[in-house]
Design a protein around this ligand. Sequence first.
Ligand code: ATP
Ligand code: MG
Length: 718
Amino acid sequence: MNIAHLLEGLNGKQREAVAAPQSNLLVLAGAGSGKTRVLVHRIAYLIQGLNVSPYAVMAVTFTNKAASEMRGRVEQLMGGQLRGMWLGTFHGLAHRLLRFHHQDAGLPENFQILDSDDQLRLIKRVMRSLNLDDKKWPPRQAMGYINAKKDEGLRPKHIDPQDPVERLWHQIYEAYQSACNLAGLVDFAELLLRALELLRDNQHLRDHYQARFHHVLVDEFQDTNAIQYAWLRLLAGPQSHVMIVGDDDQSIYGWRGARVDNIHRFLDDFAPAVTIRLEQNYRSTGTILKAANGLIAHNAERLGKDLWTDGKSGEPVSVYAGFNEIDEARFVVSRIQAWVDDGGRWSDAAILYRNNAQSRVLEDALLRESIKYRIYGGLRFFERQEIKDALAYLRLMASRDDDAAFERVVNTPARGIGDRTIGIVRQQAREQGTTLWRACRQLLDAKVLSGRAGNAVSGFMTLVDNLDEQGCDEVLSRQVDIAIKESGLFAMYQAEKGEKGQARVENLEELVSATQDFEPPEGSEEMSELNAFLAHAALESGDTQADEFEDAVQMMTMHTAKGLEFPLVFVVGVEEGMFPSMQSVTDPDRLEEERRLCYVGMTRAMKKLYLCYAESRRLYGRDEYHTPSRFLREIPQECLEEVRVRTQVTRPITQYQKSSDQFNETGLNLGQRVRHSKFGDGIIINYEGTGPQSRVQVAFDEAGPKWLVVAYARLDVL
Ligand code: ATP
Ligand code: MG
């Protein structure tokens, strides 16, 4: 077979990596240098060039989006469908192992995945049963403790608590884990830990997989944590070849236990390994690259890499100072609109932020202009209340023992099962060491629950049994339809007034269409369609929005943007206290991680990059005044250009008119030219507040737009 095309479009170093002899390989290189491209070509090369069976290949990526892109690209290169290869995220692959070998893993066949929201609920419930005050012992902290321990591979029995506080977290961990085991629930960290234990404790399985996977390839290796690394070591046998690609400057999951040292450990543990460095960047313009390189140079802890490009230097990186977060958002939208007016596509544009919560204002601004957008991660379809309610019914249909699902919908819609009744059920479950469902059955049989409460509980149980019975022979979408209609959820949300209720009904309808289009991923043959779908919903939340292929503006956190690229990128909220985050400014290690995150954000841009900040921002109901981020100062200034032209006024014009009398008290007017002793001449373009608080925004000819307090600014009217 002609395999020349597999080496086409690669530079010398890349080709060396793709066609390397079968050995262990480390590709260490900066952003946009073609690491992922090399990995894709390598897979195709192994299969078509070296006749390796796809069955013998496992490839791991960091997000589900990256995994599906990778599959698509490999198939495109090979000109055909790829069957038998394991390709997915660590979590996805671990889940697959656990499904195949649930018995060896000590899990019921119908085990369900707990996402972090469900996990928190369950932890709260466990804490309640231990009579712990959640004011004093924040459940989130307990969750952090549990997940961190799991990420280190530690079960409660391995931990020797060091002090009374840890003893308490430890106790919660223990109780939480028993509750999960009892109900057949597996949280994200548990997926990895269980899969690790499965391989570690079952030699026949380990032998099988080690013999199977001759080639293991890992993208974004810098973000693997201890347990993922241990997992890789177990899966890769003596005859396996491991290829990892990564960039220490893009390690952004330190807070979740990722270890850059894994790169060093790899070189020891998988010796002899060949290291290949790629230094040419193909993604970004010269200016964007220079700005990003200049920023990351401020980090002390680096393996050190140089990146160059022979592409055009391109436009400067634009910096925009918004008056507040609304102004920032409108600016972003106006620039995206201009991009599209110039012939670009909406999906060329990505808005990247530090925290999910920042998305709402940006969403508002996009909605105002009726621009379609898509959010990856964060407020995801499958995380919406009504969807989670519907999924809870489906989960109960799949497994009655799913306590998390039981708790969620036992009284949703309201059916007269009050807290007191649920309290009795919980207590029975606790005392008998059983699940809530079984506890109900016992209480009904023993007539402890009787009268109205008893009827309500038995009504609920009959309902779930009926849903299951009616649905079991139906296709998935019909099952879902039955579940949402017969459970009363649909009617409940229909009765909810206003847009919110309407949106919820639409979401429920969307869920039915999502199941119509659902194709179980390869490797899920062993499970029912319903189980495959529920796993998919829990694992891939963000990736399954209905409008995946629509031309829409892309929004996501910088963490989620890893590995992706877009022609037009906006990084918003570049302010001290936001980015770097408040918690990181006093901790040098965390500050370096924030800087790497900023490097990741900036290097997503191919053609044009905007860095935006807001001079004031409403956070938790308070207006806060932030200064521009230090990162802006660390970027070589010749790469930057401040955007001066205000494209819009920030408050509705009626507001100015209404209060114009007060504004006139200051003797100033919109559109008036003024002089400032430091900033020179400019024009008043905006104002807010009254009396001593009044501030005006002046677009200075030289210094750009500034907000000034009238009482101090001593502006001379020209
Ligand atoms: P990141 O660190 O952000 O994950 P990466 O190193 O994985 O980046 P890729 O995403 O593989 O980089 O490549 C960046 C861009 O450069 C892609 O659009 C890719 O197609 C292109 N590219 C990579 N190598 C070449 C090449 N030799 N010739 C032309 N384009 C290339
Ligand atoms: Mg990549």
